[in-house]
Each structure stands twice: as C-alpha cells, then as structure tokens.
Design a protein around this ligand. Structure first.
Ligand SMILES: Cc1ncc(C[n+]2csc(CCOP(=O)(O)OP(=O)(O)O)c2C)c(N)n1
Ligand SMILES: [Mg+2]
Length: 740
C-alpha cells in the first residue's frame, strides 16, 4: 500500500503538524474503511449462516470487492451524486450510509426492506435518500439508465425551470433534485462488459462527455466463465482505451489506498465537467459466485489460495498494524463491535414484519395518478372556422391526419412542460444544425415526419437524434425519467423494438413495483407499428402488441384515428406510468378518422373503449387499423343482410375496457374479436377467454377471432392481402357468426 509524499511547499513545522495521509486518505478514514469493509464481510457471513438455516432465501456476497466500494464512497457524495451499483457493492452502500439492519431486512424479505419491500433478492440495492437507484438482476441493464441519469443532471442544470411542480399531471408527484456538478456512478462486473448495452453506454457517455463514472470490478470470473473468454485479450481496459473524452484508471481494487487515489482522480475529472471516467478495478471473489455456486468445481485450490492472499480485509488489517494506525487490541475491539452490531441487526430483521399477500398489487402502477380517471377526460375545443378571417384559423379547423395531430400534440406538450424531451433515430430536423440555420435544408423530423419542426422550435437539447441503438433509446429514457424528466422517445419501426426488449420488459415497467414505489420512470415510447402497406413485408409490418400487454406495469395504447391519437398521447405524456404508444403507420395519413386539432387540453382517458357504431346482433371488438376495415364490413352486412353490428374500438389495450365489452356482449350475445396480429397467442386470445369465462351464460354462439395468418407478413401484395385480415374476411366472419 502506498504512503503519500509530504507536500514540498510546506515549511518544517507545518510538515510536523500535518496529519500523515495515505494517498489522500487520513488514518481515521482508513480506520473507518476497515470498519465498513469488515461490516460488509460480516453481513455476508451472517446471511450465509441464515441461508443455511433456511431463514433467508438467497445470498450473493460482496466479498473481495469491499475496498473498491469504500474507496468509491469516499470519492463521491451520498444524496448528491447518483449511484447505479450492482450486487457486489455492499461495502459501497454501507459506506454511503445504508445500515446493516436495512440490508438484513432485504435478506429476510421484510415489508420494511427499503430496497424492495421483499420483492427483490437481497443485494439489489435501492436507497432513495442516498440516490442509490433500484437495480434488477439482469446484468448490465443499469448502465444505459446511468447514462440517462447523467444526461438528466446536465439537462436540469441548463433548464432549472423544468424542476417546477405542476398540478394535475405527473409533475405533482415527481420530485426533482440536481446539483449542477453531480456525478453518476455505475458499476458492473468483468463478465457484464460483454453485454451490448455496455458498449452502447460507453459510446454515448464518450460522445456526450457525460459526468459518468464507470467502475468495472474485475474478479476474473462471471460465475464460472473466466475473463479471457469474456474479453478478447483478457483485459477490458485495453479494449475501451480508444474511446475519446474518457479518463482511464486501472488498479488493484483490493487496496483501499490505491483504489481511493484512482477513484478520486476519476471523480475529479468527471466533476470538473471533462467527461466520463473508466475505472478498472482488479478484485477477488473469495466466496464463489453466490451460495448457489461452488467455485471448487472450476477453480483449483492453488488459484483460490492466490486470491486469498490478496483478501482486502486481511491486507488492510496488516497495513493498519504495520503503519501503527491500530494495534491488535483496537482491531479486536472494532471487530467485536461490528459483530455485535450485525448480530443485533440480524436478530431484529428476523423479527421484522413480513409483507402481506394483499400488497402484491401495490405499485404496479402509480398510486397517485390514475389515467383511467375523469381527470384525464377532457373535451375537445375545436377552432371554429368562422371565428377568424385569417387563413390560420381556417386551416386549424380543417380535418387533420393522425400524423398532423400527433405532431401538434407533441408540440403543445413541449410548450407546456419543459421536462418533455424527444429523441430517437432520425427524429431531429437535422443534427447538423448549421444547415438549418443557414436555411440550406428543410429538415427531416422523423422517417414518417411525426416530429417535424420540433427541433427547430425547441432546440437540439430537447429534440435530438440518437445512435442507431434501440436499447440505448429506452435505457437512457428510463434513467432520465427516474430523475423526473418526461422523455417521449420514438422507436422507428415496431419490427426493430427487440434490441430494447430487455429494457422494456425487465426494467421500465417494473421500476416502481420492484422498488416498492421508491422510484418510478413514467415516460412514453412511441412506436410506428403495423402493416397493410403494400410492400411492407416482414420487417416493416409487424404487430405483436400482446407481448407488451403481457407485461404488468406498462400501459399499452393503440389509437385508430386522429382525434383519439391526440387525446391518448396527451394522457400518455401527462400520466405517471410508462406508456407504449403504438401508432399504426397505415393510419398516419389515412382519410379515415381525420379531425381538426382538438386544442391543447383535449385528453382521452385510458381504458375507455369507443363504440364506433352501436348494434344489436353481434359485437365486434377491435382496435388499430382493423377498425376502419371492420366498419366497412359491418356497414356492408347491415346494407345487404340487415345484421346490426356493434363495433367497439378498444383504443387502449392495457388497461382495456372490459365493461364496454361485457355490456355489449350481454346485449348482442355474440362476440368476434378482430386484430391484425397473427391469430394464435394474440391479444384476442385474452379477450376471448374472458368472454368465455365471464359471459358464458350470455352467449348464443362460440366466441370467434379473426386475425392474420400464423405467419409473418410477406412483401408481394397478393401474399400480404392473404395474410392480413381484410374487410372481406371480416365480412365473412361477421356473417357466419350472425348466422350461427
Ligand atoms: C442478462 C443476464 N444474463 C445472465 C445472468 C445470470 N448471471 C448473473 S451474475 C452472472 C455473472 C456476472 O459476472 P460479472 O459481470 O463478472 O460479475 P461478478 O458476479 O463476477 O461480480 C450471470 C451470468 C443475468 N443475471 N443477467
Ligand atoms: Mg466477475
């Protein structure tokens, strides 16, 4: 371990009186480090014991990683900086201010476990007061969120007015704090550097010079897979060294003095606004991966003993003795105190209240703001054509396409709420702003032009293009929303949403639930979806909405016309939950369902279907681009065979309007669910099952579904027509059901 040289500028008496430091750490800080590191290890040991006694249900340790954690905590500020740690960061969290009792509450799954209220495994840290953000078990998903967190800090420093609370929307419930020179810390293991999201995060942190401190804790194993299999050449520092704007450190992370010096330099670099830092800490993993793993199966004794010789706890103990900072008696006293504290904390935690089964539904969605409530039901205020002789007013009263109204709604919401920011692929007018300023170009504003003109009005820090990386779009947005911003991001085509699937399934929708309401990430993901494009083919025609309605915590919206799109998008932006907003490409510029702009306050609540046409003989339940096709079929059936069809447009798929369906089916006694996605396992399966289950006695015919074939959509229009449900298919299905 290194001892600092004394500053040569000091005079002799100053030198004498100046307390000796060790690369900036005082003796007291080293003693505190020892206490924290020892506490961390002892909590692990206690949990292991409790697991063997079956009093806790999982254990993963921070053993071997204690020194780097404590050093990071000394270099950063709890409740000021932001932290996206991972499960080995027990010592970091203790050093930042989490207590052994809090940690043991997590181990037993207590109701008052501050990390998750017994919902997550232990060592999934989340301490709101310390700005330690909830994390999942999925390795690496925290990294892009940390990028978004760092971006949010920078944005808020530039837009302090955005932090103001406002009545009547999510802002009322979303506190914002920022410091201006804060750092975001994110840690991960060596194996996790293999995840694509890690590289996406490095790229954006580098390109945007974000104050983000990466801390890779390299214990040379990812469960049983050694580092040379994960990382070409076996050293991650070498691979990342070409990223511009970074400060790099690679050091022995088992030595708190060396680790502190490196982390301090890294933190200073970030805090000064120079850009991100990458700290590569070589550590050990003396306790196997977790209690479910036995490393003796893949690591020979000699290798394990080599590691044990570098154990940070015993090394620091020897250092303290050698330097005369503590004697044996004092070390024994600290260890005894720690043992007593951990024992007492464990005893208390074992007595703690457990969560009640009824609580499982708490915090799936915001408890504060219900987007199905009347607060989100606001009538349209159309501009009247007579009201003004100016051309503008007259134009506003003209029927507008869905594309126009989505654009207008985004614009009005951005004017109203400075927390709204928009990003995605190609959504800016032009990233090379000078071309716009010199009026050399008109600007793009989205491949479907839905965001056209927004960058020009709101500037490039509120409307910007991202790299072609869907996980990064959603992950960054999630981090920003955790801090209180309201990202409204775009996924260019539903067919390409899949790189973001980890973020959309394992992260965004469950941040609130898994943190027991300590954190939330309300944001909007707009996605161009669907087929009927004549040539859209496999990769520009997909639906697949049921994959997302199957995810608790996510609201899923699918409008069929301009007016609903405007009203539902506004609700999506103002509500307090994450929303997947599906926009059918074929409907963007359709003549069907155009509407004048309904004004800046028009809202449609979620979970309220629209009766497109009332009827008495059968109920057709549908949404999206099937609505106009079903309407056409229903009108023909009425004309030709006097069958009266009640046509229901669900508008939102999660939540959905069961009451409207039930009321209709009780009246007509026949139900057809029509949707564009492939038939099997689709959205209609759930609706059909519910009808069969709950309305069985009201049915005069089997519940029917009509949907696409169980194939992808083909390019050749003849094939496309055969695959997707057409008005003629809907007509036939309705007629058969009416005749049953
Ligand atoms: C995306 C994902 N894949 C697999 C796993 C299972 N898993 C949990 S930890 C882990 C190894 C992580 O190794 P590393 O990043 O080196 O961290 P360490 O545990 O060594 O500190 C694996 C494969 C997971 N949690 N998430
Ligand atoms: Mg590892």
């Amino acid at each position: 371990m290194a001892t600092t040289k004394v500053d040569p500028k000091l005079n002799e008496s100053e030198i004498k009186n100046k307390p000796k430091t060790y690369d900036g750490l005082t003796s007291q800080q080293l003693i505190d480090s020892y206490r924290t590191m020892f506490t961390s290890r002892r909590i692990d040991d206690r949990e292991i014991l409790l697991k063997r006694q079956q009093k806790v249900f999982f254990q993963i340790s921070g053993a071997g990683h204690e020194a780097v954690g404590v050093a990071a905590a000394f270099s950063l500020r709890p409740g000021y900086d932001w932290f996206y740690p991972y499960y080995r960061d027990r010592a970091l969290c203790l050093a930042l201010g989490a207590t052994p009792y809090e940690m043991l509450l997590g181990a037993v799954g207590a109701a008052d476990d501050p990390c998750s209220g017994g919902r997550q495994m232990p060592s999934h840290w989340a301490y709101k007061r310390l700005n330690i953000v909830t994390q999942s078990s999925a390795t690496g998903t925290q990294i892009l969120q940390a990028v978004g967190c760092a971006e949010a800090g920078r944005y808020l420093a530039k837009h302090p007015n955005a932090t103001r609370k406002a009545e009547g929307d999510y802002r009322q419930f979303k506190d914002i704090q920022f410091q201006g020179d804060e750092i975001t810390y994110v840690s991960l293991g060596d194996g996790t550097t293999s995840q694509g999201e890690f590289w996406e995060a490095l790229n954006t942190a580098s390109n945007c010079r974000l104050p983000l401190l990466f801390c890779v804790q390299d214990n040379e194993y990812a469960i049983s897979v050694p580092v040379e299999v994960q990382t070409s050449g076996g050293n991650i520092s070498r691979l990342v060294s070409a990223f511009p704007n970074f400060h790099f450190e690679e050091m022995d992370g088992t030595d708190p003095v060396i680790a502190y010096a490196a982390l301090r330099r890294a933190a200073d670099y970030c805090r000064a606004g120079n850009g991100p830092a990458f700290v590569h800490a070589h550590v050990i993993r003396p306790y196997s991966h977790s209690l479910s793993d036995d490393e003796r199966l893949y690591r020979p004794d000699a290798e394990r003993q080599r590691d044990a010789a570098r154990d940070p706890i015993s090394c620091l103990q020897m250092f303290l003795l050698r330097e005369g900072i503590l004697d044996e008696k004092e070390i024994n006293r600290i260890e005894k105190e720690v043992d007593e504290e951990v024992q007492a904390a464990a005893d208390r935690a074992l007595e703690a209240r457990v969560p009640q089964p009824e609580s499982i539904y708490h915090y799936v969605y915001s408890p504060d703001l219900d987007p199905t409530s009347p607060a989100f039901d606001r009538p349209p205020a159309f501009a009247s054509p007579e009201a003004g002789s100016d051309g503008k007013r007259a134009a506003a009263s003209q029927p507008k396409t869905m594309a126009d109204l989505i654009n207008a709604t985004l614009r009005d919401e951005m004017r109203r709420d400075e927390r709204v920011i928009i990003f995605g692929e190609d959504i800016a007018d032009a990233s090379r702003e000078e071309y716009l300023k010199q009026k050399l170009i008109k600007g793009k504003g989205g491949v479907f032009k839905l965001t056209s003109g927004l960058q020009m009005e709101f500037g490039p820090d509120r409307v910007f293009n991202t790299p072609l990386a869907e996980a990064a779009i959603v992950g960054r947005a999630t981090g920003m929303a955790t801090r209180g911003l309201k990202p409204v991001v775009e996924i260019q085509f539903f067919d390409y949403i899949w790189p973001a699937m980890m973020q959309l399934r394992d992260e965004l929708p469950i941040i609130r639930w898994r943190s027991n309401n300590a954190f939330s990430s309300p944001l909007v993901v707009r996605v161009a979806i669907g087929g009927y494009l004549t040539g859209g083919a496999i990769y520009h025609s997909q639906c697949g909405e049921s994959i997302f309605t199957h995810t608790p915590g996510l609201r899923v919206v699918f409008p069929s016309n301009s007016l609903d799109a405007a009203g539902l998008l506004r609700t999506a932006i103002r509500c307090d939950d994450p929303v997947l907003f599906l926009e059918h490409k074929r409907l963007y510029r359709e003549t069907y369902g155009r509407s004048p702009y309904p004004g800046p306050d028009f809202m449609v609540p979620f979970g309220k279907a629209k009766i497109v046409q009332p009827g008495t003989d059968l109920s057709v339940i549908t949404y999206g681009a099937v609505v106009p096709r079903a309407l056409q079929a229903a009108q023909k059936l009425e004309r030709e065979q006097h069958v009266s069809v009640e046509l229901i447009d669900l508008r939102t798929l999660s939540p959905f309007d069961w009451e409207a369906i039930a009321t209709s089916v009780k009246k007509t006694n026949r139900a057809l669910i029509a949707y564009e996605d492939s038939l099997s396992w689709g959205y209609g399966a759930e609706i059909a099952a519910r009808i069969a289950d709950q309305l069985f006695h009201h049915l005069d015919a089997p519940v029917k579904r009509i949907a696409a074939t169980d194939t992808f959509v083909a390019y050749q229009p003849l094939l496309e027509n055969a695959i997707l449900p057409q008005a003629s298919d809907l007509f036939r299905a309705m007629r058969e059901l009416a005749e049953f």
